[in-house]
Design a protein around this ligand. Structure first.
Ligand code: SF4
Length: 797
């Protein structure tokens, strides 16, 4: 059973291979064995010894002991390698020798692998043969070593010189009738230096078509927070987690997606802070955690992390948070002056009275029905909130990829404002970013809608007029390619096809392009679903030594808490043919712009300090960057809301009124959410197990409430086809669109009724391109309407 995406018809197929042994999870439920997948009861504790053993297994399998230790001994150390995994921050001071988690090790092992994907490999595999392999198989062919080209009409990639590759891209770009026919995507791995040069080149070329992976993840957070507190980022630091008495973790699974956050939460739980998990699934990381570094407790039961678990229905978070606000405001009416922070509200906020009236008008019936949470549990959590003196709210994709994501995040801010929990120590908002520099890339100008102030600075420093017309985000870029309006697609990192929704539609969109280009370290699905011509440009990774004319270079990144710090690779690169991302941008700019640019691109790349000097002149908060980034741990970017200064229209933090939109389901329909497995980072599939959820050897599963299974007559282990249902009011005359993903193994799981969960990218084929979060245009991967039928496929995919 492979983890393929069968939605790309006839191009993608099976990978039954490379299954590795499962864990020793307790067998409270009878094991399920179907299509090679084994499902048993979920784990009861996260991390611990198993995590250490898994990390060792991945290290030995990919880079080997010597190379592995060389990289890991520098991972997340001062002046070391920044983990290419998530964006959870490192301690400001006092770092231990192993400042990383199991998934950080997997990320390093993948990049530092000794396997190489060479021109010989491409000689033996045609593109269509490659397209039939799974994402997992593609990712395990090793590091790319040479620039490769797929010429028009050819079925095979072949080597190409760097000069010819840049010449080919430049010719295509310069032949466009307008620069807006090109799209320049960025993934969250790209360093600040590369991102700054990239956006400068793209804007000198003449377009703002700079979609990025933020469009798919925290776009909703940025938009929501900017409006109500004046800054589109989190307001807390690690220190605040040591001061908070209450921490809400909403729509987030830190055990798999930000594992070192568990150590922070463990510290908080041990000193008595109350942690509340609001999530449809009871993820083991928030239940119990054994810190792998805590040798004395490796064999004990672990630390209980979340004291309260709120199993909210998919898309029920807005109703739940309205319920908390209503409970608190009703209590305030009963005990005026004792419940909410009236002095903070009067001095620092606007819109309170309208908000109070709107909350009073929402019925308890609607709140309970839409959230799926009982009135008594809402009361229980409201008690916790009312007693809190310093509360942090964290969230991730579980919130941001809902249709009402922006309103939901603003409702969480409403709740915090009632207690004055923003702009003071131990309190604030914490949207937890999933990719190591996704936040920094935005700071550097990777956005299709950068504000005029940033563009004015670019104009003043570089002496050109940047385009002002907003560009396309990810969803609009896909639609533009599909309409034939965009003809060149350039991706700085990432696996665009597997990261985006509506796989078949996106594959068609990419295949309509004249040229698709990917700057990559390893092979992925985006390389095998191509435009008429395609290029793979292999680049250095975080672990690789980056030698330029003026010596070895470091780059900088920004973590989830707005700290800019260095990352310096120390391993021998897998090939002398690789270029760094800044070097690729520089040579692309020279080839494309010729004498239309006054920037001395090659001079900048000789010494990245020269790039940072320019960043310091353009990007607010990065002044004197070269000195400050060399300080131990780097430097904090300014964050006015953290200091109680709200740069909103009114100069105050703002209460926002919103209405709950219900998602009507027909009798046979469910809401589906996509998830990552524990052997996965974004679109990178490290292995075929998800040991925390008790799933082994495969990924094509659907987690379902046992009562729903009984009601529909489906047995554990049965094979079902999933159909998604979508009506787009604006297009298609509002007719229902259907998308099908076949042959998923049903696994009974603790999940609210009428809610189901599957892994992405396998389920991306079900997410309609037109189904997006209101205002942020983020695909609604956490709220897809689906129905099921017994599978008609007679053999495993
Ligand atoms: S928590 Fe995130 S950044 Fe830290 S080591 Fe793990 S994956 Fe890497």
């Amino acid at each position: 059973m492979g983890e393929d995406n069968p939605g790309v018809k006839r191009r993608v197929a099976v990978d039954g291979s490379d299954l590795h042994a499962g864990g020793e999870v307790p067998h409270a439920q009878p094991p399920i064995e179907t299509d090679g997948i084994r499902a048993i009861s979920p784990a009861r504790v996260a991390a611990g010894l198993k995590s250490v053993l898994k990390a060792a297994e991945f290290t030995l399998r990919e880079p080997g002991l010597v190379r592995g230790i060389a990289a890991l001994s520098h991972l997340n150390q001062f002046d070391g390698i920044d983990c290419p995994g998530c964006a959870w921050p490192d301690p400001d001071q006092d770092r231990s020798l192993n400042e990383y988690c199991e998934n950080g090790v997997k990320a390093i092992a993948e990049e530092a692998t000794t396997k190489h994907c060479t021109p010989e490999f491409f000689r033996t595999w045609s593109v269509s043969d490659l397209s039939r392999q799974s994402d997992y198989w593609l990712g395990h062919q090793g590091r790319l070593t040479h620039p490769m080209v797929l010429r028009a009409g050819s079925h095979q990639y072949e080597p190409i010189s760097w000069d010819d590759a840049f010449g080919m891209i430049a010719a295509e770009l310069n032949a466009l009738s307008t620069p807006d026919q090109a799209i320049f995507y960025t993934s969250g791995r790209t360093s600040n230096e590369a991102a700054f040069l990239y956006q400068l080149f793209v804007r000198q070329f003449g377009t703002n078509n700079l979609p990025d992976c933020s469009n798919l993840c925290h776009e909703s957070s940025g938009l929501a927070l900017k409006e109500v507190i004046g800054v589109g980022k989190g307001t807390v630091t690690l220190k605040d987690f040591d001061l908070a008495d209450t921490i809400l973790i909403v729509g987030q699974n830190p055990g798999t997606n930000h594992p070192r956050m568990l150590a922070t939460l463990q510290r908080a739980a041990r000193r008595g802070a109350t942690i509340v998990s609001v999530n449809p699934l009871a993820e083991v990381g928030l239940t119990r955690f054994k810190h792998p570094k805590d040798v004395l407790h490796l064999f004990g039961p672990g630390t209980k992390i979340a004291k309260h678990f709120v199993p909210v229905r998919l898309s029920g978070d807005l109703a739940f948070f309205k319920g908390l606000c209503k409970e608190i405001l009703e209590e305030d009416t009963r005990h005026p002056g004792q419940i909410i922070n009236r002095s903070f509200i009067d001095k620092s906020t606007s819109g309170f009275e309208d908000f109070r009236a709107a909350i009073a008008a929402v019925s308890w019936n609607e709140i309970v029905e839409q959230s799926g949470i009982s009135r008594s549990q809402i009361r229980e959590i409201a008690e916790v909130v009312m007693q809190s003196k310093s509360m942090i709210a964290c969230w991730a994709m579980g919130l941001t990829q809902q249709r009402q994501a922006v309103a939901t995040i603003q409702e969480i801010v409403n709740l915090l404002l009632l207690g004055g929990h923003i702009g003071r120590p131990g309190a604030g908002v914490c949207p937890v970013r999933g990719h190591s520099n996704v936040q920094g890339d935005r700071t550097m100008g990777i956005w299709e809608r950068m504000p005029d102030g940033f563009l004015d600075k670019l104009r003043d420093v570089f002496g050109f007029e940047p385009p002002r017309k907003h560009g396309w985000d990810v969803v609009d870029s896909i639609k533009a390619m599909h309409r034939g309006e965009a003809k060149v697609f350039f991706a700085m990192g990432g696996n665009f096809l597997s990261a985006t929704p509506d796989t078949e539609f996106t594959a068609e969109a990419l295949s309509l392009c004249h040229l698709t280009v990917h700057v990559s370290t390893k092979l992925n699905r985006a390389h095998v679903i191509t435009g008429k011509q395609a290029l793979i440009l292999p680049c250095l990774g975080r672990t690789d030594r980056d030698a330029q004319a003026k010596g070895n270079q470091f780059v900088s990144v920004e973590n989830s808490m707005g700290i800019v710090h260095t990352s310096r690779g120390n391993l021998e690169p897998p090939s002398d043919q690789l270029l760094s991302e800044p070097a690729i941008v520089s040579r692309l700019a020279v080839a494309t712009l010729g004498n239309r640019t006054q920037v001395n691109w090659s001079h900048l790349v000789e010494d990245y300090d020269r790039i940072r000097d320019l960043i310091a002149r353009v990007v607010p908060g990065c002044e004197d960057m070269n000195r400050r980034v060399r300080q131990k741990g780097g430097f904090y970017l300014p964050n006015a809301a953290r200091d109680g200064d709200y740069k909103t229209k009114t100069g105050k933090a703002t209460f926002v009124v919103s209405a709950i939109e219900s998602i009507p389901l027909a009798a046979e329909q469910f809401l589906l959410t996509t998830l990552r497995s524990h052997d996965q980072f974004n679109t990178t599939i490290y292995g075929l197990d998800d040991r925390y959820r008790g799933i082994f050897h495969g990924r094509r599963v659907v987690l379902m409430n046992p009562h729903d299974m009984n009601e529909h007559g489906w047995k554990a282990g049965e094979l079902l086809d999933i159909t998604s249902h979508f009506r787009n009011g604006d297009q298609n005359d509002g007719k229902e669109e259907l998308r099908v993903a076949p042959r998923f193994v049903v696994v009974p799981y603790e999940i609210p009724r009428r809610c189901v969960a599957t892994y992405f990218p396998e389920a991306n084929v079900l997410v309609p391109i037109g189904s997006v979060a209101l205002r942020s245009n983020t695909p609604t991967s956490k709220a897809v309407i689906v129905s099921f039928a017994r599978s008609r496929l007679v053999a495993p995919l």
